[in-house]
Design a protein around this ligand. Sequence first.
Ligand SMILES: Nc1nc2c(c(=O)[nH]1)N[C@H]1C(S)=C(S)[C@@H](COP(=O)(O)O)O[C@H]1N2
Ligand SMILES: [Mo]
Length: 528
Amino acid sequence: MSSSLRTRVGPTALWGMFGVLATLVGMAAGHLLASLTTPAASPVLAVGSRVIDATPTPMKEWAIRQFGSADKPILIGSVMVVVLLLSAVAGLLARKRFVYGAVMLVVLVAVAAFAALTSTGAKASDVVPSLVAAVAGVAALGWLHRVATRGSRSADAEPVPGATVRSDDPAPRSASRRGVLVATGVLALAAAVMGGAGRFITGLRTRPEDIDLPTAADPAPALPTDLSEKYPGISSLRTSNADFYRVDTRLDTPILSADDWTLTIDGDVDQEVTLTFDDLLGMELIERDITMTCVSNSVGGKFVGAATWLGVRLTDVLERAGIEGTKADQILATDFDGMTISTPLEVAVDGRDTMLVVGMNGEPLPREHGFPVRMITPGLYGFVGSCKWLTRLTLTTYDDAQAYWTERDWDTDAPIKISTRIDTPNALDQLDKGENIVGGVAWAQQKGGVAKVQVQVDGGGWQDAELGPEVNNDYWRQWFYRWDAQDEGQHTISARCVDGDGNVQTAAQAQPFPGGSSGIHSLLVSVA
Ligand SMILES: Nc1nc2c(c(=O)[nH]1)N[C@H]1C(S)=C(S)[C@@H](COP(=O)(O)O)O[C@H]1N2
Ligand SMILES: [Mo]
């Protein structure tokens, strides 16, 4: 057999593809099993989550700034590219000798198993999806190896004298081409079906929209007329569930079942209490309009949203466990996967409506926002007050336990800073000469609300804007300003607010780390 024949029928690319396909089959099998048991134990997600955890804070902030909420797909993507490149190498090794390739696959899976086992809240059984991935991947590679080498083996039996065929360098021949095609097709299909199936099945089992929520005993008043009806560039008074920003450390959207859900209140309490979803719905439900903000939001950014939340008062739940004599100074909230978010106890129970939320804008809490139950602490950034997919509240001290962000040196008590966003016009817009509407939203939660919004053009005097309807102090306020633009050319527009206690929003710029951004939102427009 000439070397040209060998390169034609057994190209490197083919064996690289075998490795990739075997890995995809393994990952899909692992993913299927994981989504039926512990989704976070899925080999891909386990590795991805560890990469996120290990990413230094400045890089993470940079990623959020660069990619916004697409930071996760991009991270998953990068992890996948690396894994698939290594898988291709495994395929090439298998061409030399099957067992080399198989070992390489097992090593890859071992990294995933290690990631799954060492992530917070991991159980020993979380290694099972990785084991299944290894078995499925090696089996797939074995099958591909068999069909691809069948042809060359028979050729090896009667080697042409002088030809340079080595039996450990199998090259598929035309006789085996059909077999290779069939095996490749079957395995690709299997990977696709298994990858999709697990998620689909669990998704059907636990649809948030199948939940019937009781109405609130203490409902929120109807929202006043929305200013954005008249001035469309301004944010809606209420952010729809679909438009609400999402920020969390997860790569997937967790699929939890309300039927299986429980909440345990433990730590320094009189008695440990565990509540089911029905127990929670049996308590007095309140409804509140609250504006949520992410500490990663930069001035003028998108990580802020306003919604109507339905849930139970945190204090009612804590009362069941009894915290009169507690020495705790923090409530450590744990999600279903071991992620922790800590809220200062004193702040959480100081009279504000800290809630365990089950409904958002008249619907069951969407999966992305923490279904079936999340916490919301009005006036605190989400990372210290709003644990999603909540399963445990532990009354403890900052000395004894550290939450995820505390370990990463973010502030432990992080009130949302007062801020003002210009929604319209957009930066670099071309405006017509004459009257233009400048408008947006401002918020000053737990600080007496927004008392005033002021607009400044080209560094001149601060002019009072008109305020939209008031909802409550925990909610943002729409505003607008009629700007009579007479001078052609470029102009800088800035906006700031004054809170109910008379504090003027600071111009001093701060980065999100460690306690939230500050500064004034300004943008450049041109008038023609
Ligand atoms: N379990 C869990 N809860 C979480 C987070 C998380 O990563 N995991 N992120 C927090 C952060 S930083 C914010 S700003 C809010 C965002 O809530 P949202 O995605 O519903 O807007 O959720 C908080 N709750
Ligand atoms: Mo956040």
